[in-house]
Write a protein that binds this ligand. Structure first.
Ligand code: HEM
Length: 148
């Protein structure tokens, strides 16, 4: 028979795990972003090679859809803001997300035009830079805490 202390500890840990999963499941933005991340490595491996254009275009179009999906959410940093400050913050988030969408669409057009080198250069100079800037501005502490 498990001791009362062991039972209490197990109940606490289980409760915490369920809460963490529930947060992730409810957090559509987090889910969309995790899916976006899954395309980054295979995209950077295929984009420079014209023979892999079909695969590259699939990644770019899925990432455009995930970016549009991310635009249907407010960032966690908006949670404690009100009035004009909230409106400005959400407007900035939407604008930065649209810049990501434009970058992905530009990469798609470059690949379709046979300019794979130009599209490849945008992985680091464009996507990675936009991710870092966007996360600095809109991710907030909770995300940093969660990733520790
Ligand atoms: C290709 C570009 C991007 C990728 C691959 C990406 C990837 C991710 C990943 C994997 C997460 C989960 C937590 C983490 O590991 O950091 C995340 C969270 C987040 N990202 Fe991005 N991101 C990108 C661009 C952006 C941009 C441009 C913005 C804002 C304009 C943004 C805003 C956020 C926010 C607000 C969260 C926190 C969501 C939450 O968990 O509540 N991301 N992103």
């Amino acid at each position: 028979m498990l001791s009362r202390r062991v039972t209490a500890t197990l109940t606490f840990v289980l409760g915490f795990a369920v809460a963490a999963v529930a947060f992730d499941e409810d957090n559509g933005l987090h889910r969309a972003m995790e899916s976006l991340k899954k395309h980054m490595k295979p995209l950077s491996q295929s984009i420079g090679d014209a023979a892999k254009n079909d695969e590259t275009l699939k990644h770019l179009m899925d990432m455009q859809a995930l970016t549009l999906e991310s635009k249907t959410f407010d960032p966690p940093t908006a949670k404690d803001l009100k009035g004009e400050e909230l409106a400005k913050h959400v407007n900035d988030y939407q604008a930065d997300m649209t810049k990501l969408l434009v970058e992905l669409a530009t990469m798609e057009l470059e690949v379709r035009a046979g300019d794979n080198a130009a599209a490849q250069a945008r992985v680091k100079a464009g996507l990675v830079k936009m991710r870092e800037d966007g996360h600095d501005k809109f991710q907030g502490e909770e995300e940093d805490e969660r990733r520790k």
